[in-house]
Design a protein around this ligand. Structure first.
Ligand code: UDP
Length: 238
């Protein structure tokens, strides 16, 4: 793996939903709680974070409301940068050094995405937050998370979900017979139309041998447990 070091290296995906606490904007108390859980394991694991932006804008929704799709997607990407800066702030407050790297240049607030530099930051104990997605319309932050995990040599993707604590046989919010799965494969997830992440992202993980753990953000200490490699939620493998 590029820049292999002694500690485990993982990629944490936080969707926009997580930041907003179910609403539009950033919920400071929620983000502070997540930041403190990440900072708590700083000596044990190297962490990169990909942030979503759905709490601000989703390109597909703006496009359905009449905007040009590509421009709407750029608005969506800018939303992820707001989340990245909010997470950075609470991590720094918790004593955790950070760097934000964005796929769209914005020199005053973030470094550009430079993979080898991101690896070096993690080796030095900094948490690297990736913002602005891939910098390309028609992509999602799920796909970016698979790509960044592969490029910086993360051993697995940790998908923090809001409102659900793993992968179920059906949507547990709609179907009371839904059962939680401890393990499934990307192929099963694709065939059963289980939307733990978008299909492009699952295909990329499957093709490149990248494991993923899907877990709930709500229960106390869950982020820390996931970062430490404990077997919570659902493991998805090729
Ligand atoms: N987006 C994009 N290219 C990317 C990543 C994101 O165009 O590489 C846009 C897209 O419009 C998306 C929005 O940014 O709807 C927010 O990202 P996403 O929906 O993945 O966030 P999440 O669902 O994780 O909150």
């Amino acid at each position: 793996a590029p820049g292999s070091s002694i500690r485990r290296r993982v990629l944490l995906k936080l969707s926009g939903e997580v930041f907003g606490g179910g609403a539009v904007g950033v919920d400071p108390a929620t983000v502070r709680g997540i930041a403190e859980q990440i900072a708590a394991v700083r000596d044990q694991v190297e962490v990169a974070v990909v942030v979503g932006g759905g709490n601000f804008f989703r390109g597909a929704e703006l496009s359905a409301a009449g905007m040009d799709r590509a421009r709407a997607d750029y608005i969506g990407m800018l939303g992820t940068v707001m989340n990245a800066l909010a997470l950075q702030d609470f991590l720094e407050q918790a004593g955790q050094p950070t760097r934000v790297q964005t796929a769209i240049g914005m020199a005053q607030v973030a470094e550009p995405y430079i993979p080898l530099r991101a690896i070096r930051h993690m080796e030095k104990g900094r948490v690297v937050i990736f913002g602005a997605g891939a910098g390309m319309p028609y992509f999602s932050t799920d796909t970016v998370c698979a790509q960044r995990a592969l490029e910086v040599g993360a051993e697995m993707v940790l998908m923090g979900k809001s409102g659900v604590d793993g992968v179920y046989t059906a949507d547990p919010r709609k179907d009371s017979t839904a059962q939680k799965l401890d393990h499934l494969t990307y192929t099963e997830a694709l065939h059963r139309d289980i939307r733990v992440m978008d299909q492009t992202a699952m295909t990329m993980c499957n093709d490149n041998g990248l494991n993923m753990r899907v877990f709930g953000m709500e229960a106390a200490g869950n982020v820390t447990q996931a970062l430490l490699g404990e077997t919570i939620g659902t493991l998805v493998t090729p």
